[in-house]
Design a protein around this ligand. Structure first.
Ligand code: 2AL
Length: 580
């Protein structure tokens, strides 16, 4: 069952009205400005919580000020698909950037509730507290609350009035000592989906309402300088000149040519010294901003542009220098979620254009823990961060149909049924990321069909009790050392990175201590140290590692096998959306 066009039209009307209602909650009488932890933010949270409750959700405001709602699935406590966007704004903002994604998510749940539909997974909706970073100059505070990635230093950041984040939390009735409580466990969510206005002109240009996001662009910024020689514009012959601006101009055109479907590059500032009508420019400083949804494209294009700058400089007898001052990696959207969104959009719209996001989103932070997918809706003129931001109600209706259908496909996916019905190899592949033991996969696949996930889980666990030392050695190959993050995009690597998220990779002392203890362990026992990393901090893991170094061979074999069982079971729960 799917949202009917007439239901979508009504839901779109309500979504538009709710964006209007939220736009009234502003710090300024004119325009819309609503910043993190302001009284307007808390009012918006209360209003959104009311709407969530009307849609059948239980609600809470978390420890960093995100407003959250949960709609249970068939079985209470199941893993959830998280939907959402942000409720904060820039100054003098539009009314759809962020807000549309939150009210759309509520409409999806309201529709399920109205039809008394429960899906295999729960649905949670979040209105993130801060994405724009308007008040404190630091961004993604809401989503990084959920991932548990708030650096301690953030509490001391101050707004323009000298109010610190810590003080603002207190003023809002929150406790700075408890921000960690906003963090969610990796096993709480299976995916994050965000609906957002495009904030660019591509969909409008292509005359389409909806697009599927491939990735959020990575970006780098550099300060660049061409240094030549200033001279008299009348007396220095052309052949003798070392004109810094002419070199910069030649390079600027190369920058323009480097752009294409997968990369945008911009020289946004340029200053010419000494800057007089009758003087040959001696020095030009300019900025380069380069962005791409693919890091490797960005890196190779940047390298080529810098080589061209040096070439141009050499040919013209000037010097080129540059200094990077900002870099953020691209955030690719999950391929399964892209496919699910693409299938539905193609069905509803006739085609599913794929586009990169030039703007940042909450999904950047969330992608560090959970697979993310994004649906873009056309906005007028590509305008955003401006009161003229505008979307058409018909587009929102189409977006709601596509979004709800995608959510139903993803959260309603009956994994057990798929497992039961898949070809042998495909069924084994579904459980292969749990543990690298083909005998265990085989044993569960050949005994299909399973009547329930509970029965399958019990069998999976009882088989674990038969694992031997040889099994342990075989399975270890799939587990990178603690402190050495798994590379690549394979499912196992993603799982392992999420499991090790409690290990602070920026803590050099910890990394060194882990590396040293790992080496000791490997010398002592002849294999990689294995531990269920999920839910454990790096320090706790290091403590365990040091403790286990004193184990006898037999004790250690038993402990390592028990840890392998725990990791496997956690991953099994991930595959089948069970929760322990
Ligand atoms: C791991 C891993 O990949 N996941 C986990 O929980 N532990 N690795 C390890 N060496 O223990």
């Amino acid at each position: 069952m799917n949202m009917h066009a007439s239901e979508a039209a009504q839901a779109a009307r309500r979504a538009m009205e709710r964006c209007d209602a939220l736009a009234q909650i502003s710090a300024t009488a004119e325009g819309l400005t609503r910043v993190y932890l302001s009284s307007e933010h808390l009012r918006a949270n209360r209003l959104v919580a009311d709407w969530m409750e009307q849609a059948g959700m239980v609600t809470w405001q978390d420890a960093v000020g995100n407003i959250c709602g949960r709609y249970e699935g068939v079985q209470e406590g199941a893993r959830a698909v998280l939907l959402g966007s942000h409720l904060d704004t820039v100054r003098n903002a539009g009314r759809y950037d962020g807000m549309l994604g939150v009210v759309a998510a509520i409409e999806v749940v309201a529709w399920l509730h109205r039809h008394t539909i429960r899906l295999a997974q729960a649905i949670e909706v979040v209105g993130f507290a801060d994405e724009e970073g308007t008040r404190f100059g630091i961004t993604l505070l809401g989503s990084r609350g959920l991932t548990g990635d708030w650096p301690r230093s953030w509490l001391a950041c101050e707004d323009a009035d000298g109010i610190s984040v810590a003080q603002a939390l207190v003023n809002a009735g929150l406790d700075p000592a408890r921000i960690g409580a906003a963090a969610r466990a990796p096993e709480d969510f299976s995916a994050y989906l965000e609906l957002h206005i495009e904030q660019g002109p591509v969909l409008e240009h292509d005359n389409l309402a909806l697009g599927v996001v491939s990735a959020i662009n990575g970006a780098q910024r550099l300060r660049c300088r061409f240094t030549g020689e200033a001279g008299h514009a009348g007396t220095v012959p052309m052949a003798h000149r070392r004109d810094a601006l002419a070199a910069a101009a030649q390079w600027l055109l190369a920058v323009e040519r480097a752009g294409g479907p997968e990369l945008v590059a911009t020289v946004g500032t340029l200053a010419c010294e000494p800057g007089a009508v009758n003087v040959i420019p001696g020095e030009v400083t300019l900025s380069l901003d380069i962005r791409s949804p693919r890091d490797e494209v960005l890196e190779s294009t940047l390298a080529s542009l810098l080589a061209q700058a040096s070439d141009i400089a050499a040919r013209r007898g000037v010097q080129f220098a540059c200094e990077p001052f900002y870099a953020i990696a691209a955030t690719p959207c999950d391929s399964d979620l892209r496919r699910a969104l693409g299938n539905v959009v193609a069905q509803i719209q006739g085609q599913a254009p794929v586009l990169a996001s030039g703007a940042g989103h909450d999904a950047i932070a969330i992608a560090g823990r959970w697979p993310v997918g994004m649906l873009f809706v056309r906005c007028r003129g590509g305008i955003s961060h401006h009161p003229d931001e505008s979307v058409q109600e018909e587009d929102v209706a189409l977006a709601l149909r596509a979004f709800s259908q995608s959510v139903i496909a993803i959260a309603g996916d009956n994994v057990l049924e798929r497992f039961n019905q898949a070809e042998r190899v495909a069924a084994a592949a579904m459980i292969a990321p749990c543990v690298a033991l083909p005998t265990w996969h085989e044993a569960l696949v050949t005994t299909r069909p399973w009547a329930s996930v509970t029965a399958l889980r019990e069998r999976a666990q009882s088989l674990m009790q038969t694992w031997t030392h040889a099994d342990l050695h075989l399975a270890l190959s799939a587990h990178p050392r603690i402190g050495e993050r798994a590379q690549g995009k394979a499912r196992e690597a993603t799982l392992s990175r999420a499991e090790q998220s409690g290990v602070n990779s920026k803590d050099a002392a910890l990394a060194q201590a882990l590396a040293q203890a790992n080496a000791q362990y490997e010398a002592r026992f002849g294999h990689v140290f294995l531990i269920r990393a999920s839910g454990r901090s790096g320090e706790a893991i290091l403590g365990e590692l040091r403790r286990r170094l004193a184990n006898s061979d037999e004790q250690e074999r038993a402990e390592a096998l028990e840890q392998l069982r725990q990791i496997t079971l956690l991953r099994f729960d991930g595959v089948f959306h069970t929760n322990g």
